[in-house]
Design a protein around this ligand. Structure first.
Ligand SMILES: [Mg+2]
Length: 419
C-alpha cells in the first residue's frame, strides 16, 4: 500500500546535556512505574532529602532547584541512569507529515554527544530524498537512503537514517491503522524484560545487591551487571547471585573492556553462577578473539550494539561467534536493518536481545520470534509520553494503538533545535 507523498519533513536535535533536561520527566517516568517509594528509601540520605524537596516544592520548581543544587541533581541523575561517564546524549528527532495529514515520528541518538554530524547527514538526505516523494514501504525507503550513502559510508549517515526510518515505519503503520509490530509482519506478544539500569563497574557490593533487589521487586526475571574486567568482578557476580531469586537469570556486560584471558576467566565465573550470557567481552572489531572465545563458550556470548549493518554482524552469526545478537537502533540505521538482522539471526538459531528502548523494540519482537529479552535501561524514556510499562511479572506488550505509540513530550519539544 502506497502512502500519500510526504509534504513536510522536519529534523531536529536536542543538544542539552541529558542529565538536566531529562530530569523532570524522569521523575514522572519513575512515578509511573511506581518505584519512587523504593527509591526514596534506598538512596543515601542527601538523595532522599532531595526527593523530599522535589515532592514538597513540586516539579515545576525544577529550575530553582537546579540553580541551587545543580551538581547534586547531576549526581543523582547519574546514579539513576548509570551515566557516570556519559555527560550527554544527543537525541535526533524526525517528524514527517504526509499529504493526507498522517504524521510519523522517529528518533535516533548519539550517546556521549556529537549527534550534530548525524543530524547534518539526515538533513541532506531529507532535502534530496524525502519531501515531495511518495511514502513507499519503509524497507524500500531505507534501501533508497542507504544507496545515497554509497560514497560517504555508514557512520553518522546510519545514525541519522535511523530517525528517518523509525518515522517512516510509524507513518506506514498509522496509514494501515495498525500497531507497528503488526505492520512489520508480526503479531503482538509479551516479551520478558531484564533490569539493566543502575549497575556500574566497580560499584560497591551493597549497592549492587540493593539494585538487584529493586529489580526483583519490579518483577524482572533477569538482571545484567556491568563488569570492570578485574579479578574482583567475581565478587560482584557472587554478591548479585546471593540476593537473586531462584526464578531470576544473571547476565553480565563487559562493555568491550576484556582481553582474551580476562574474558575467559569472567565468562567462566558468570556461567558458573547460572549466567545466561556475557556481553561484549572484547572490542567488537576483534573478530578473531570472538572466534577463539566462542570455541570455549559456545552460545554464551552476546554482542552487536556497536555494529553498523548486517554485513558487520554476518561473521558473528554464520560462524556462531555469538549466541545472542543485540542491534542498536541508531548504529543499525533504524528498524529496517534491525529486522533484517533478526531474520538473519533466526536462520542461524541466534537469539536477539536489542540494545535498550524496550518500548520500541517490543514491536521488533512482535515481528521476530527470536527476540528473547528486552532491556530496561531508561535512558531516552523520560523524553517520551505513552511508554509501555512492564507488568508486575516483568513482561512487556506493545499498546494497541497505531504506529509505535511513543510520543515526544511537550517539554522535550520545547528544547528542539532545527537542523
Ligand atoms: Mg552493552
Amino acid at each position: 500500500m502506497l502512502g500519500a507523498p510526504v509534504v513536510e519533513h522536519r529534523f531536529s536535535l536536542i543538544t542539552q546535556p541529558l542529565r538536566y533536561h531529562a530530569l523532570e520527566p524522569y521523575f514522572a517516568h519513575v512515578r509511573d512505574r511506581g518505584i519512587v517509594g523504593i527509591t526514596l528509601g534506598e538512596f543515601d540520605s542527601r538523595h532522599a532529602l532531595l526527593f523530599q524537596e522535589f515532592e514538597r516544592l513540586g516539579l515545576s520548581f525544577r529550575d530553582r532547584l537546579q540553580a541551587a543544587l545543580g551538581g547534586l541533581l547531576a549526581d543523582l541523575h547519574d546514579q539513576f541512569l548509570d551515566l557516570a561517564r556519559i555527560t550527554e546524549v544527543d537525541v535526533i528527532i524526525c517528524d514527517l507529515v504526509s499529504d493526507d495529514g498522517v504524521a510519523g515520528f522517529g528518533f535516533s541518538y548519539a550517546i556521549g554527544g556529537r549527534g550534530v554530524a548525524a543530524l547534518k547527514a539526515l538533513d541532506v538526505m531529507g532535502r534530496e530524498l524525502v519531501t515531495g516523494t511518495q511514502a513507499v514501504h519503509p524497507e524500500a525507503n531505507w534501501r533508497r537512503m542507504k544507496a545515497a550513502c554509497n560514497r560517504t559510508g555508514r557512520g553518522p549517515n546510519f545514525v541519522g537514517l535511523a530517525a528517518l526510518d523509525v518515522a517512516y515505519w510509524d507513518l506506514h503503520a498509522r496509514n494501515l491503522e495498525m500497531s507497528l509490530g503488526v505492520a512489520m509482519g508480526g503479531v503482538q506478544r509479551s516479551v520478558p524484560v531484564y533490569g539493566s539500569g543502575g549497575y556500574r563497574p566497580n560499584q560497591d557490593l551493597d549497592t549492587i545487591a540493593e539494585q538487584v533487589q529493586r529489580h526483583r521487586k519490579q518483577g524482572f526475571k533477569a538482571v545484567k551487571l556491568r563488569l570492570s574486567g578485574r579479578p574482583d568482578d567475581t565478587k560482584v557476580i557472587e554478591a548479585a547471585r546471593s540476593v537473586m531469586g531462584p526464578d531470576q537469570w544473571l547476565m553480565a556486560d563487559m562493555n568491550e573492556k576484556g582481553n582474551l584471558s580476562t574474558a575467559r576467566a569472567l565468562i567462566a565465573a558468570v556461567l558458573g553462577n547460572g549466567g545466561l550470557f556475557v556481553e561484549e567481552p572484547l572490542p567488537t572489531e576483534d573478530v578473531e578473539g570472538y572466534r577463539s572465545l566462542s570455541r570455549a563458550f559456545p552460545g554464551a556470548i552476546a554482542c552487536g550494539e556497536h555494529m553498523q549493518g548486517c554485513e558487520v554482524a554476518l561473521p558473528f552469526i554464520k560462524d556462531g561467534l555469538c549466541g545472542v545478537i543485540q542491534p542498536d537502533l541508531a548504529m543499525m540505521g533504524g528498524l529496517t536493518e534491525s529486522l533484517r538482522l533478526a531474520r538473519l539471526a533466526e536462520t542461524f538459531g541466534i537469539e536477539v536481545t536489542p540494545h535498550f528502548l524496550p518500548g520500541l523494540f517490543v514491536h521488533l519482537a512482535a515481528a521476530a520470534p527470536n527476540v528473547t529479552w528486552l532491556e530496561d535501561f531508561p535512558l531516552l524514556e523520560p523524553l517520551f509520553d505513552n511508554v509501555p510499562i512492564a507488568t508486575s511479572d516483568g513482561m512487556l506488550t506493545a499498546g494497541s494503538g497505531a504506529g509505535h505509540g511513543l510520543l515526544l513530550t511537550s517539554r522535550a519539544r520545547e528544547q528542539l533545535i532545527s537542523a
